[in-house]
Design a protein around this ligand. Structure first.
Ligand SMILES: *Cc1c(COP(=O)(O)O)cnc(C)c1O
Length: 379
């Protein structure tokens, strides 16, 4: 296959590599000092009290559902337009996901739909900052307070994004990040939950370590062997060499956000006059982190998303579709009886969206290649 411009990819420098090597030469490969260092740097960057590092974004979502005590019979509201893991975490805890439709201009969870989905069994709302655009947290917070619900933010797309001058990661009770290589910074696999709540942070620290109250290093430092397992947890720990990579990557995040926003600006400018192609809306009160650059096609006007997808792929342009609405997956249909028609806005959007390549270091030439190909193939 020819060289493809991917829709997203990591940037790794010599400095990153050296940071990992240094840890490999040290005495701690996991549960050592780098975990705390990364958590502290991360919480400082975001502006939150606590950050708990875990082995993936999915583990971070699971830890957040556990920390909130989600269990059988509990309902959690989640948008249909997201990656399956945003809803799977509810099911891990034997809770019931309740799918909410999205706003047609941003594809973010629609607060007016959220309100209609609330029942006496509702315990929490998971908001997803789709593509890197923070949700309307003031309105979601108001709803959560009115009904006594917890608010969780799936910020896996939104590291470095801001809503009304506040960083994503400070806006909900629990805020979840992923460090998969396509995301803003990477640790290979990895995740983080940020919170201002010390009890929730403590619960997640125990959850990532089998439900044990102290970790290996704490006991080592105290010269103690005694520990207690107080609840059922998992091994969701992030290693020290991954945290060293995360620390090194974090120092470059601000510049990468500027770069992503510039690529998005160039795309929007280029497609402005192209009929049949519309970027998603960007609200004036946010700083969009552009994990994804999503265009929406006017499929009623003869444009075919499937054909455009295949033609671009044939030219080595790694476009993608984010996402198949979660409630349409066979697992959810079978297990929860969801079906087409449940979230019509998300279902219609799914037929019209296409994610274009966007990542730091993409380069002007690649950017122009994508712009020219999209323009040519859609006219
Ligand atoms: C990437 C992602 C996840 C899962 O993160 P992993 O680190 O891959 O487990 C969850 N939700 C959203 C919205 C994501 O984009």
């Amino acid at each position: 296959m020819r060289n493809t411009i991917p829709y997203g990819r990591q940037s790794i420098t010599e400095e990153d590599i050296q940071a990992v090597i240094d840890v490999l030469r040290s005495s701690w490969l996991t549960t050592g000092p780098k975990v705390e260092e990364f958590e502290e740097a991360f919480s400082q960057f975001i502006g939150t009290k606590y950050a708990v590092a875990v082995s993936s974004g999915t583990a971070a979502l699971h830890a957040s559902m556990y920390a909130l005590g989600i269990g059988p019979g509990d309902e959690v509201i989640v948008p249909a337009m997201t990656f399956a893991a945003s809803a799977n975490c509810i099911v891990f805890q034997r809770g019931t996901p309740v799918f909410a439709d999205v706003d047609s201009e941003t594809l973010l969870i629609d607060p007016s739909v959220v309100k209609k989905k609330i029942t006496p069994r509702t315990k929490a709302i998971i908001a997803v900052d789709y593509a890197g655009h923070p949700c309307n947290y003031d309105v979601l917070r108001e709803i959560a307070s009115e009904y006594g619900l917890a608010l969780v933010a799936d910020c896996c797309h939104a590291l470095g994004a801001k809503y009304r001058e506040k960083y994503a990661g400070t806006l909900a009770d629990l805020n979840v990040f992923s460090f998969h290589p396509v995301k803003h910074i990477t640790t290979g696999e990895g995740g983080m939950v940020t919170t201002h709540d010390s009890i929730l942070a403590q619960r997640m620290r125990s959850f990532r370590n089998h439900g044990i109250t102290s970790d290996h290093r704490e006991r080592h430092l105290q010269g103690d062997w005694f520990y207690e397992m107080v609840d059922l947890g998992y091994n969701y720990r992030l290693t020290d060499f991954q945290c060293a990579l995360g620390l090194s990557q974090l120092s470059k995040l601000s510049n990468w956000i500027i770069e992503r926003r510039e690529i998005a600006r160039r795309y929007s400018e280029a497609f402005h006059a192209v009929t049949g192609i519309k970027p998603l809306a960007e609200r004036p009160d946010v700083c969009h982190a552009y994990h994804l650059y999503v265009i929406r096609l006017d499929v009623g006007n003869g444009l075919n998303r499937g054909e455009l997808f295949r033609a671009l792929r044939e030219r080595g342009i790694g476009v993608n579709v984010h996402y198949i609405p979660v409630h349409l997956h066979p697992y959810y249909r079978k297990r929860f009886g969801t079906a087409p028609g449940l979230c019509p806005v998300a279902e219609q959007a799914y037929k019209e969206i296409l994610s274009l390549p966007i990542f730091p270091g993409m380069g002007d030439e690649n950017l122009q290649t994508v712009i020219d190909a999209v323009k040519q193939l859609s006219s």
